[in-house]
Design a protein around this ligand. Structure first.
Ligand code: DAT
Ligand code: MG
Length: 149
């Protein structure tokens, strides 16, 4: 079982795509362990995107992610990190496979709708940025045995 952090970014919230994006993850069988609507401030954005500091797209990236509310979620399930990354599609929507979120709704890399953690260490660090341990709920769903062996 893996946990991963998802951000439904400002463009997706403004475009009314929150429900559709969550539905795609739910339908795959991933479990919603935590979720909230927040407005990311500069401080939190700089922590989240620290790895990209100094790159040419850093300033517009910070402006974008702080521009409007976002939905942050923790999803879990077997191989959740890779499953989420593949459901999102490539970073640049132009290169994303049709059927993925970024291909189906996006045109440009600077408006790519969703974030998903890229590995177990970043997932743990990113979850801790947005949620306390008590906000990540360990409930069981009646359908769990029909999703995972
Ligand atoms: P991902 O969001 O797929 O994990 P990333 O971590 O490499 O991609 O980059 C974080 C975000 O920064 C990405 O969603 C969009 C933006 N970004 C990355 N590379 C970029 C580039 N070459 N030009 C413009 N924006 C870029
Ligand atoms: Mg990334």
């Amino acid at each position: 079982m893996e946990r991963t952090l998802i951000i439904i970014k400002p463009d997706a919230v403004q475009r009314g795509l929150v429900g559709d994006i969550i539905a795609r993850f739910e339908r795959r069988g991933l479990r919603i362990a935590a979720m909230k609507l927040i407005h990311i401030d500069e401080e939190l954005a700089s922590q989240h995107y620290a790895v990209h500091k100094g790159k040419p797209f850093y300033a517009p990236l910070i402006r974008y992610i702080t521009s409007s509310p976002v939905v942050v979620m923790v999803l879990d399930g077997s191989r959740a990190i890779e499953v989420v990354r593949r459901t999102m599609g490539s970073t640049n929507p132009v290169e994303a496979t049709p059927g993925t979120i970024r291909a189906d709704y996006g045109l440009e890399i600077g408006r790519n709708l969703v974030h998903g953690s890229d590995g177990p260490e970043t997932a743990a660090a990113e979850i801790a940025l947005y949620f306390s341990e008590s906000e990540v709920l360990p409930y069981k769903r009646a359908i769990d045995d029909w999703i995972a062996e």
